[in-house]
Design a protein around this ligand. Structure first.
Ligand code: OOG
Ligand code: NI
Length: 465
């Protein structure tokens, strides 16, 4: 008898839907953001028939409304190890290493995401996953206390772990098991109003770093935001205050351009939520905590190492010149400067390709697909493109940007101030905890580009090219 396993892409879709529903119930303002995004997307499509057609052609329209990513923050290496196993059941694998300590945030991170094109197009949901770096807590006693508290918690339900083991042993989960798995896995991401620590302990952790309090004081790594895709991030940013949502001061990432590059994102400020702390004799046990917010993203083309270096250099120059203050001061100057400085980044697809700044997916044109092996064709890629045999489309950037991520963190820790610290990276420790290496995102884009070229030459009947 052969067993029918639920497809990991399908488990991921069930999971992201369940998560979205849970989060909208938990954070009503997120529902408001979703409505705003959907209104802006509708208006954008109505004003841009070419975009509408392209989205229909690429089969993107009906998935426009599903979330693109979420984020969690873990406390221990063991939690990281097990979350890798949980995400693997849903076809999500660790890609990229992000060191946020450079921005004064004591975590390092990866993104669990689908990797191959088909899986990405079926459901691109990914989770930005951070691990607290306790070693960056200077106070030794506090570090020990935090480690002890974290050591006592179990963030996965027993059935969730049992189903992970079953999936690993059997190579998949049946449909019914997959439903159980989604329900049980969701528990790890649920919000808890009850803290596991006293208010006094919370305050000690909070004084060391707000993020440390967020990770250590609760039963599990509550999902702290979900992020839908917008077709016009500037419009949503401008509209947020009119719907009673308070956005962070600036949109992270590159400026608005004709040819979108990498990733632009913005968020609304985290909510103040009432918490019941562990009772203690001499102190009240109710208090507040801010952790959860909503974010939107707009993605553009993935950049080559050369393109990325240009991006990093230009962004660094802007951030050297204009520092946005804690309450968002200078955000106008920042935007003006950003647009001006990025004037140096070519903004035509043909230039981005010729200068090897971005990755593209090649395919044959109609004319190209009519070629036979006997045809004498131009022999270089550029000439084949110019002669109309081959076309190229941007490969979408599927990953994150450390400077932007730091900005999202900062704003939701209660400040829009931009900080730039020196590097203290520890990738080995991260991968040791994870129990695997993280995939290199740039290599994935380069492979996708190369694969598309090989296929294109093959279709042209000239695999030797
Ligand atoms: C994660 C912040 C980073 C992004 O989209 O860059 C992030 C967090 O606050 O835990 O989600
Ligand atoms: Ni995010």
């Amino acid at each position: 008898m052969t067993t029918q396993f639920a497809h990991p892409d399908d488990i991921r879709t069930r999971f992201s839907k369940a998560m979205s529903e849970m989060y909208r119930n938990e954070v009503p303002q997120y529902g408001t953001l979703m409505e705003l995004v959907s209104d802006v997307n509708d208006a954008t499509l109505a004003n841009d028939p070419a975009l509408q057609e392209a989205m229909v052609r690429n089969d993107e329209l009906d998935r426009l409304d599903i979330e693109r990513h979420g984020a969690i923050r873990l406390g221990t290496a063991e939690e990281l190890f097990n979350i890798r196993r949980v995400f693997a059941v849903m076809g999500m694998y660790p890609v990229g290493y992000y060191d946020l300590s450079v921005a004064g945030i004591p975590v390092h991170s990866t993104a669990f995401r689908p990797v191959d094109d088909k899986a990405l197009s079926r459901n691109p949901f990914r989770v930005f996953t951070s691990l607290l770096r306790l070693e960056l807590i200077e106070d030794e006693a506090l570090r020990a206390e935090a480690a002890e508290i974290l050591g006592r918690r179990q963030i996965f339900t027993a059935p969730a772990l049992a189903l992970v083991e079953k999936a690993e042993a059997d190579g998949g989960l049946s449909d019914a098991d997959a439903d159980d798995f989604v329900r049980e896995a969701l528990e790890t991401f649920r919000w808890h109003n009850d803290a596991t620590v006293t208010l006094a302990a919370y305050k000690r952790l909070h004084d060391a770093h707000r993020l440390i309090a967020d990770v250590v004081s609760f039963k599990g790594p509550h999902i702290n935001h979900l992020t839908p895709r917008t077709l016009d991030i500037d419009a949503v940013q401008a509209e947020m205050p009119k719907r009673g949502i308070s956005p962070k001061a600036v949109i992270e990432g590159p400026p608005r351009r004709k040819c979108a590059i990498l990733l632009r994102q913005t968020s609304f400020k985290a909510l103040e939520e009432g918490i019941n702390f562990k009772p203690s004799e001499d102190q009240q046990s109710s208090g507040m905590h801010t952790a959860r917010f909503g974010e939107i993203e707009q993605r553009g083309v993935a950049l080559t190492p050369k393109g990325r270096k240009l991006y990093d250099d230009l962004l660094a120059a802007v951030r050297r010149d204009v520092q946005v203050g804690a309450s968002g001061g200078k955000s106008k100057d920042y935007n003006v400067q950003l647009t001006e400085t990025f004037g140096e980044f070519p903004d035509e697809w043909a230039d981005l390709r010729k200068q090897e700044l971005a990755y593209f997916r090649y395919s044959t044109t109609e004319k190209g697909s009519r070629c036979s092996p006997h045809d004498r064709l131009p022999t270089t890629l550029d000439a084949l493109i110019d002669a109309g045999f081959i076309r190229f489309d941007p490969i979408v950037y599927e990953d994150f940007l450390p400077v932007s991520a730091a900005g999202i963190f900062q704003s939701n820790l209660g400040t829009d101030a931009q900080q730039n610290y020196s590097e203290r990276s520890n990738r080995d420790a991260f991968e040791n905890g994870l129990g695997s290496t993280v995939q290199d995102e740039l290599a994935l884009y380069a492979e996708a580009e190369n694969r598309s070229l090989d296929q294109t030459y093959e279709t042209l009947g000239h695999p030797e090219l």
